[in-house]
Design a binder for this molecule. Structure first.
Ligand code: V47
Length: 376
């Protein structure tokens, strides 16, 4: 390893070499340092220890069943009020039809998230889950965030546990990482008041994990949060995983399997005046996440959000996943993302090889799949 420019990082480097857990203060020291080369190389060491030189991706499709949303999160450009001409609610038949038209060959997953509409109760969600499972029995359905689940539970007068039970029975296989934003209550109040709080977010994941299912988790950076809020957020995820994570090989066991650091895109949002995170901060954040989240196996550099070039560099700063073909993305494109709306398998494999990693096609629970029958 190269000499460490920022001497304050030396004790952290020793801990990483000894595979010791990093503390809150270590997290603050990492976020307070501009020695990106050292931070990146420490994270890369951990990444290679856990995942070797593999970069995982999958063949997936995103569908947003509705964009109507009763909330007004300041960072969101996707939600529309029910009276807005651009608002929509897809019927179960339309969701299946969209999947039929857009599902790429070799796809293993559909990722569905949407807005919060008080008119939609548990029956609506179970209806499209059942319709999708009937039409595509072999496709993994990764769907809904705790924010949606807590809202559906309230609107349907059910407990969170019973809501998860009903959704699982109808076809939900796992949950994506959204809705976490920043857990600190003061920041949460300022960026997404009325949204489910950290307790509701964790209760939903706990109900899923204790049923032996997997979820992802996220953190949204580059708005009003400070480094201490980021460290607090990451350590809350780590503590939950200590208690509820039980991941086993072959996709068995529940818990967080992947963390996705999300960068705020300001365009068309109430925070349009903010610049969003710098490229430097994005890379440092990915690396710090890898270093603090010692019990979550995968860190995803979501190429749609980071851009393809930054997602490549991130593969040497702690990330070992790049998401998938995606095919039709709305949340980030409504907020000004300039990335394409999808990539082919051949494109993903090329950009991963180009940064010196080995592309590995995976399913939604990180079983490795063969690529030789998947067309470019
Ligand atoms: O919770 C919304 C974020 C999240 C903006 O689990 C924004 O595999 C930046 O969680 N700028 C939803 N971020 C997306 C998400 C996700 C994405 C890809 C893969 C997975 C996974 C999960 O997107 C929201 C919020 O934090 N978000 N608007 C915006 N303008």
């Amino acid at each position: 390893m190269l000499a460490i420019a920022d001497k304050r990082l030396e004790p952290i480097a020793e801990k990483v070499a000894a595979q010791e857990r990093l503390s809150f203060d270590d997290g603050l020291a990492l976020y307070g340092s501009s020695d990106l080369a050292t931070i990146g190389s420490l994270a890369n060491r951990v990444r290679e220890r856990i995942n070797g030189d593999k970069t995982y991706y999958n063949i997936n499709l995103h569908i947003n069943p509705t964009n109507t949303c009763f909330m007004s999160c300041k960072f969101c450009a996707f939600g529309r009020k029910a009276f807005d001409d651009a608002s929509y609610i897809l019927t179960p038949e339309e969701i299946v039809d969209r999947a039929r038209k857009n599902l790429p060959e070799g796809a293993s997953e559909i990722h569905l998230v949407g807005g919060l509409d008080p008119r939609l109760k548990i029956e609506y969600y179970c209806a499209w889950l059942r319709a999708l499972k009937a039409a595509f029995p072999h496709i993994h359905i990764k769907t809904l965030t705790p924010v949606e689940v807590v809202f559906i539970a309230k609107m349907s007068k059910m407990t969170i546990g019973d809501t998860i039970g009903a959704l699982h029975e109808a076809g939900m296989d796992s949950m994506p990482g959204g809705g976490a934003e920043i857990f600190d209550p003061e920041i949460r109040e300022r960026i997404c008041e009325h949204k489910c709080d950290a307790a509701g977010w964790f209760e939903t994941h706990r109900e899923i994990h204790r049923r032996g299912m997997r979820t992802n988790c996220t953190m949204l950076i580059g708005h009003l949060e400070e480094p201490r809020h980021r460290v607090d957020h990451l350590l809350r995820l780590r503590a939950h995983q200590d208690e509820w994570g039980n991941l086993k090989p072959g996709g068995e066991g529940g818990g967080f399997q992947c963390f996705i650091p999300l960068s705020f895109h300001p365009k068309n949002t109430a925070f349009a005046h903010l610049p969003g995170p710098s490229g430097f901060d994005e890379l440092r954040n990915i690396a710090v996440s890898r270093l603090l989240l010692d019990n979550i196996p995968h860190i995803k550099a979501y190429w749609i959000m980071l851009g393809i070039k930054q997602a490549q560099i991130a593969q040497h700063f702690g990330a070992d996943d790049i998401d998938g073909t995606v095919t039709h993305e709305e949340i980030y494109h409504d907020a000004g993302a300039t990335t394409p709306q999808g990539m082919t398998v051949a494109e993903i494999e090329r950009i991963v090889r180009d940064c010196g990693r080995t592309p590995v096609l995976r399913d939604s629970v990180y079983n490795e799949l063969k690529t030789n029958e998947v067309p470019g």
